[in-house]
Ligand binder design. Structure first.
Ligand code: FEO
Length: 394
């Protein structure tokens, strides 16, 4: 337990070992945490719990600081199992304790655990008086599940934002003013790019709605990672930027290659881009060798992406195809793209990549470039010019 203020303590679990999240869909390199918070006012309130594998440890630690029977209310800001996972064991010890959540939260918790707990449905504007403070509930539908809500604590001016503003970043330093800023922002933008991008319109609208309430916010306590206590508005401003067709002056090239022909194309295309504008950040990734979520993060930052694959069995190499599938679901907006690839005879890959990019909402800048077998000097010159033209398109 770590005291955050006189009334609020962190009672979550830091998961230093977590390698993947959402099954295999999200890579974790800096660990994560499941942040649960205990409020001790005239009433005792628990906000969220931890992932199920840590339920017993969570409850044991909670028991070492309070009598579980003293918990008056449980707030479930979000039903996903990384935050609700300890509810079954906890409520087995304190049956009947009210669980405050949204209507969708009730449905989702019932769907996960098939228990008819003492649910209390709340909506935006509802309040819970806990003594010297009040808790105000704000529905945050699709940030990132239908059930998600925020809880705001008056007096302490804390926004418990659940997944929003979170990061998969484990640190005993707890607070944004104590950890490495670049590392923190990398994890925050990776989280946004890979999890929240599909809901960007709703993110923008929700933040504008919350800002219209004019609630003072001294601290944002998300359900993963670091707490924003130094100028918490900074991450809100970042979310407003990220949710509004965000891009930097960057081109990302990702490709897969069988015998290096497509790799040589990629590298020459990059040289062509930089020949036109050396200030553009150009990043190259072999999608079979590098992490897909990191590549997605770089795609999110880019004005233009170039996607390459050799043709195999009339198709695209599987690592490039997997990232194209992810991109399609994420719904990036306002980005341009083009395809490239080597082939030996049939040469379908470029056409197929074009189709995938169009389906993903990217504006194609041309029909792409193909090279038969290994590129000779003429082919490399064509790739260089392709890169130069790509640079001029942004
Ligand atoms: Fe961290 Fe959507 O759960």
């Amino acid at each position: 337990m770590y005291k955050i203020t006189d009334y609020v303590s962190w009672v979550g679990k830091t998961d230093w070992e977590l390698p993947r999240f959402h099954g295999d869909e999200y890579s974790i390199f800096k660990g994560s945490s499941y942040n649960a918070y205990l409020i001790q006012d005239e009433k005792t309130v628990l906000i969220d719990t931890v992932w199920k594998p840590y339920a017993a440890e969570f409850i044991e630690k909670l028991k070492s600081v309070i009598d579980l029977k003293s918990i008056d209310y449980i707030i479930s800001n979000h039903a996903e199992v990384d935050h609700s996972g300890a509810l079954p064991e906890l409520l087995a010890e304190i049956p009947g304790t009210p669980v405050y959540c949204t209507k969708a939260g009730i449905a989702n918790l019932k769907g996960h655990y098939h228990e008819d707990w003492n649910f209390v449905e709340v909506k935006t504007g509802d309040e819970l008086d806990i003594g010297k403070h009040k808790l105000k509930f704000i529905e945050a539908r699709m940030l990132h599940w239908p059930d998600t809500m925020f809880t705001y604590m008056t007096g302490e001016n804390i926004l418990f934002s659940n997944d929003a503003f979170g990061q998969h970043f484990a640190s005993e330093l707890m607070y944004n003013d104590k950890v490495d800023r670049a590392g923190l922002y990398h994890e925050a933008i990776k989280y946004y790019a890979n999890i929240l991008t599909p809901f960007s319109k709703l993110v923008k609208r929700k933040i504008e709605e919350v800002l219209s309430f004019n609630l003072p916010v001294d601290m944002i306590c998300p359900s993963h990672g670091i707490i924003w206590r130094d100028n918490p508005a900074q991450i809100v401003e970042k979310y407003l930027e990220w949710s509004d067709g965000y891009s930097e002056n960057q081109v990302t090239i990702f490709y897969d290659t069988m015998w290096n022909a497509t790799r040589r194309m990629a590298e020459t295309i990059a040289e062509g881009i930089l020949s036109v504008n050396p200030d553009i950040t150009v990043k190259l990734f072999n999608s079979s060798k590098q992490d897909k979520n990191e590549i997605i993060t770089e795609v999110f930052k880019s004005k233009l992406i170039l996607v390459g694959s050799s043709t195999i069995n009339k198709g695209i190499l599987s690592s490039a195809a997997a990232i194209l599938e992810m991109i399609k679901g994420l719904g990036f907006t306002g980005k341009k793209a083009a395809a490239f690839g080597s082939y030996g005879w049939s040469g379908e890959s470029v056409g197929l990549i074009n189709e995938e990019l169009k389906r993903a909402g990217f504006a194609l800048i041309n029909d792409g470039i193909r090279v038969l077998w290994q590129p000779d000097n003429d082919a490399l010159n064509r790739c260089f010019d392709f890169g130069a033209d790509a640079a001029k398109s942004i």
